[in-house]
Write a protein that binds this ligand. Structure first.
Ligand code: NAP
Length: 289
């Protein structure tokens, strides 16, 4: 008889994400073991509990999910999880802190439906947050020139420097969007704009949406009014506004949910998958094609 599917939820926040727990159950997880406030020092013993309980032939019925609001802390947990494995004794693991990987994958796949990414200039507004960083990484990996914006140039530069180490050979343009004038400069020449700002903050006014006539697609991930990009409605899904194809947070969210559930299901097909941004983008391509 097939063993029940057990997902071990390792969350870096004081309380585990209820959202991630619900998606896990909806994706077919039968037992969810949730641990909050997880630090790298505590990971090895938790993971050993997953590795040593079922025989090698049954390890694909156990998997690890890493969540929490801090994607950098999540990356540290992922490194600790994989360091705990040895030989064939391992289980599959998925990193999706803040929903960053699944949301970024859905956003980038939305943009790619309307604009070839290799060589395209893609502006990521608020590219310093978890979702923005993952979106920037995926856009760069697809060959786009990424202009990464922050209210402070130093933060944009710091993030670009870090991402440059993850995606060698990619072209990065850190930029500041501190006011209307600098935001207008940031959007100039962009074929793609992706707004990944915190909830309820407008980053790009409607007047600047396609101000130079070259913008092809704009994706806004903020569902809380006001929209991150003026004039975009949350439900927009390939709606043309000002000559630009637009996606709103809910328009992207449907795809994000499908990718998230598919990524959880993928964990239970083998015992050695490590699902981070690029692997999740590939799952998105398969699910949404
Ligand atoms: N549609 C979906 O399915 C989905 C799923 C998950 C998340 N989301 C949404 O995706 C967006 C990004 O999520 P996240 O967790 O990465 O966001 P976040 O960490 O809350 O914020 C991202 C960035 O927003 C900027 N920011 C913060 N406060 C600001 C303010 N008052 N004015 C202007 N900029 C400000 C900051 O950049 P700087 O300080 O560098 O300027 C910050 O790094 C959020 O709106 C979230 O709700 C959507």
């Amino acid at each position: 008889m097939s063993k029940p599917k057990i997902l071990i939820q390792l969350d870096t926040d004081p309380h585990c994400s209820v959202f991630d727990a619900v998606v896990a159950v909806d994706a077919g997880v039968q037992h969810l073991l949730s641990y909050s406030g997880v630090e790298p020092s505590g990971v090895r013993d938790l993971v050993h509990g997953a590795m040593f309980t079922r025989g090698p032939g049954d390890l694909h019925h156990t998997a690890v999910f890493i969540g929490g609001s801090d994607v950098t802390a999540g990356e540290r947990l992922l490194a600790s999880v994989t360091a705990a494995f040895f030989g064939p004794l391992r289980v599959s693991v998925l990193l999706d802190s803040s929903g960053a990987n699944t949301t970024a994958a859905a956003a980038v796949l939305s943009a790619a439906r309307h604009q070839a990414l290799p060589g395209a200039l893609a502006l990521v507004l608020a590219g310093t947050g978890p979702v923005g960083q993952r979106a920037a990484r995926l856009l760069a990996g697809q060959g786009a020139v990424v202009r990464l914006a922050s209210r402070r140039l130093s933060r944009a530069t710091e993030v670009c420097d870090r991402l440059a180490q993850q995606i060698p050979g990619a072209r990065w343009e850190p930029c500041e969007t501190a006011d209307a004038a600098s935001t207008a400069r940031a959007v100039q020449g962009a074929a793609v704009v992706l707004a990944a700002g915190t909830a309820g903050v407008e980053l790009l006014p409607e007047a600047l949406l396609n101000a130079d006539g070259g913008l092809r697609v704009a994706v806004d991930l903020n569902a809380v009014p006001p929209a991150g990009i003026g004039g975009i409605e949350p439900q927009d899904r390939a709606v043309t506004r000002n000559g630009v194809v637009t996606y709103g947070a809910l328009g992207v969210g449907t795809d994000k949910m499908r990718i998230h559930r598919a990524a959880v299901r993928r964990l239970f097909t083998r015992n050695d998958a490590v699902l981070d941004a690029e692997e999740i983008l590939q799952i998105g391509r398969e699910v949404l094609s």
